[in-house]
Design a protein around this ligand. Structure first.
Ligand SMILES: [Zn+2]
Length: 264
């Protein structure tokens, strides 16, 4: 067989396969969850506000220096079952945080007692909030690059939780900027819209930030397709829930939280 006809057969096979994917209701070739376009994996994990593992005493924590990573150094371990492209995507996220702050990310050495253990199990994206002084999990369920837990903004969102940040819309002054539309929230999911007092959560004197990578989408936990977080500022819903990059205010807060000597 000539290489040309072999090439044509392969092209035909690829065409057939892709047609098959388009036609089949449950394609065997797509190993991603079927609901991924409808459901935000940051919201599906079932932890506090979807993706944060919080211990009781920690609710007082964010202001406390106990939850900051010592020496502005974050140790991490990326599990072996995460393939090279996904590993690189995670590392790009970490490097972006580094470039915007005085933090350093370092891969663990064998004797490291505390670090972020980056896993890729089913169950969405979730992480422990703040420094825990032990091995703490950050899970990024497997998705194609730039989707679900592997959106660049989501990787940074989860890492910002691990650094000590809560969601933007839980800040004490949020009611001046958004209305939580409880009438549109799924039954039993109301606790995800909790507001923290100022003594628990510090906004570092920065203005409420609709464009924060830590802000929910306006439709988070919606039961009817209507907005669950309605901004008072016109058009702000277009910024809310972006998962592309840290906003300038996210960067400012990170620099303040870690008392970076030179603000970026
Ligand atoms: Zn989150």
């Amino acid at each position: 067989m000539s290489s040309m006809s072999r090439f044509l057969i392969i092209v035909r096979l690829i065409l057939l396969l892709s047609l098959d994917i388009g036609a089949a209701p449950a394609p065997a070739l797509a190993p991603v969850p079927a609901a991924r376009t409808e459901v935000d994996p940051e919201l599906t994990a079932g932890f506090s506000e979807g993706d944060m593992i919080i211990s009781a005493e920690q609710r007082n924590g964010l202001r406390s220096d106990n939850y900051r990573w010592p020496n502005r150094t974050v140790y991490y371990y990326i599990n072996n079952n995460i393939d090279q492209p996904h590993r690189e995507q995670i590392l790009v996220g970490l490097r972006k945080i580094e470039a915007s702050s005085c933090l350093t990310f370092q891969e663990v050495t064998q004797d490291q007692k505390y670090y972020v253990n980056i896993t890729s199990e089913p169950g969405g994206c979730f992480t422990a909030v703040g420094f825990q002084n032990r091995v703490q999990q950050m899970n990024l369920e497997s998705y194609p690059l730039d989707e679900g837990c592997y959106r660049m903004g989501t990787i940074m969102h989860e890492m910002l939780h691990a650094l000590g940040f809560y969601h933007e819309q839980s800040s004490a002054d949020r009611d001046e900027y958004v209305r939580i539309a409880f009438e549109n929230i799924e039954e039993g999911k109301e606790h995800n819209f909790e507001k923290f007092d100022n003594d628990k959560v510090d906004n570092f004197d920065q203005e409420y930030d609709y464009g924060s990578v830590l802000h929910y989408s306006p439709y988070g936990f919606s039961k009817n397709g209507e907005m669950t977080i309605v901004p008072f500022k016109e058009g702000a819903e277009k910024q809310m829930g972006q998962r592309l990059q840290m906003s300038q205010w996210d960067i400012n807060k990170l620099n303040m939280m870690y008392k970076c000597p030179q603000q970026v």
